[in-house]
Design a protein around this ligand. Structure first.
Ligand code: NAP
Length: 244
């Protein structure tokens, strides 16, 4: 029987590539989104046209009632979530002196509160099944910091502490929890960056280029597989060498 995966923010960018990849691995995939239903439907159509099983689910992953409803509809349509990919994320960049509380709270809610809510919602069934994968998409910002991103870096570093603790709580049940830390990846999130910022960043990337969403998806695919059964609590950078 195929495993059931939930990819939060699976409708665009990195999440989209992860959803397509896990479906290609034979999993049934719940594609979560918050507002752009057409993008989520397109991912679902692509998966089903290739013979896979998928479901688009709207939910703001920072809101408990949305998360509860999302998990119950996935359970009804596909079965309990066995592979959770905490991918949904936003940026609200500003220097700390100018950052208002709303920009702080929005980012912490979407990027970190969501990890607490979704992981907790997924865990009960994983513990019962004595198998599970929780994979969270952090960022090089969370491991090295970045000016203008105190909120985002705090949320992404928070995921790392969360994951190490969770890994210790559930390892005895064959549930692993890991973090993937991308560098600069070509998506809508980075398309907004000024050319001047891109020119500044490129020389610090050993590979001399931005990465692709597929390059993140291949690590997620591995971490979700049985082959990665002894890897837990780790943060793995996929960043073309920007962190070395
Ligand atoms: P993206 O292209 O902007 O896509 C974001 C996805 O998250 C969309 O599917 C969006 O759905 C969804 N989303 C946003 N807020 C949500 C919410 N409250 N509830 C549910 N879904 C929500 O972003 P991306 O570049 O693929 O980034 C994906 C993840 O990788 C993020 O966590 C990001 O921080 C991380 N990351 C990205 C980079 C990079 O260079 N791109 C680097 C390091 C880490 P809607 O369209 O419906 O809102």
């Amino acid at each position: 029987m195929s495993r059931v995966a939930l990819v939060t923010g699976g409708s665009r960018g990195i999440g989209r590539a992860i959803a397509l990849r896990l479906a290609g691995d034979g999993m049934s995939v719940a594609v979560n989104y918050s507002s752009n239903q057409a993008a989520a439907d397109e991912v679902v159509d692509l998966i089903t046209s290739r013979g896979g099983k998928a479901l688009a689910v709207r939910a703001n992953v920072g809101r408990p009632e949305d998360v509860e409803a999302m998990f119950s509809s996935i359970k009804g349509e596909l079965g309990p979530v066995e592979v959770l990919v905490n991918n949904a994320g936003i940026t609200r960049d500003d220097l700390l002196l100018r950052m208002d509380l709303e920009a702080w709270d929005d980012v912490i809610e979407t990027n970190l509160r969501s990890v607490y809510l979704c992981s907790k919602a997924a865990l009960r069934a994983m513990v019962r099944a004595r198998w599970g994968r929780v994979i969270s998409i952090s960022s090089v910002s969370g491991t090295s910091g970045n000016p203008g991103q105190t909120n985002y870096a705090a949320s992404k570093a928070g995921m790392i502490g969360f994951t190490m603790s969770l890994a210790k709580e559930v390892a005895s049940r064959s549930i692993t929890a890991n973090v993937v830390a991308p560098g600069f990846i070509e998506t809508d999130l980075t398309a907004d960056l000024d050319d001047s910022v891109k020119e500044l960043v490129l020389p610090s990337i050993a590979m001399g280029r931005f990465g692709t969403s597929d390059e993140i998806a291949s690590l997620v695919s591995y971490l979700a597989s049985d082959d990665a059964s002894y890897i837990t609590g780790q943060t793995i950078a996929v960043d073309g060498g920007i962190s070395i």
